[in-house]
Write a protein that binds this ligand. Sequence first.
Ligand code: SF4
Length: 269
Amino acid sequence: MTRSRRAGDLVLSFSQLDLLAKCPQRYFRRYILREPDVVGAPLIMGRAFHEAMQANFEHKMEAGIDLDANRVAKIYRDAFDRESDLPGFVDLETLTENQVDWGGQDPKELREQGQRALLRYLKQHAPFLEPLSVEQRLERQVAPGVKLVGMLDLVTAADVVVDYKLVNYVWPDSRVQMSLQPTCYAALLDRPVQFDFHFITKNPKSNVGISLRRTERTRADIDWLLDVHIPQAVRLLDQELWLRSPSDQCVYCPHRLGCGYRVQESAEE
Ligand code: SF4
């Protein structure tokens, strides 16, 4: 029995399953040892965006119309400002939980970029979305002592699950089609789903773009997750095989000091 399961149910989310598949050692350091992670600027922008859209769509479920755009923008700015007061990241040796790495960018400019993206989304897409549920937390027992959990950004009246992603670039179609996230959400809903990723992109030139990408998950996908993937993940956790899986993610990994994997310097000048 692993450390994580002695305390009760093992709780797995999509992001935990994803991290475990990418690098078990990173999962171990983050979720078992609870080593601190760095808060990146995109996470702060994304959380503020989610909070603002949650307020908008909750209002729309009650009143039938979107909130005034200025009010939604204020909710975004307030949420962003709350987190932008967190201490700044210096280096991995002095890292504590909730330090923000702005990546050398000006927080004020990032705040403006996020607001531009939000206002554009509110104008171009929100009016056409009819919310059925907003920020709905779901959980499901998927094996004895194992729970799958997830938070669905939005389910529309047309029965489409929507997930907003504030990103620097739109994912290639292969990543959209193979993502574990829609499969986890279909399992949580216990039915096939149509799933739309709403990519809100902000590039270094401060241009904002919005791209929608659809994928679907069937009953067979759900069965694969529940009968194959999750049981294998649980076996991996029970055996405590915390394999190091070096890849390009090591450069940004907040656990690379403890992991001991030496990130090679680039040979290019
Ligand atoms: S540095 Fe690389 S190998 Fe080590 S935990 Fe991080 S991602 Fe995994």
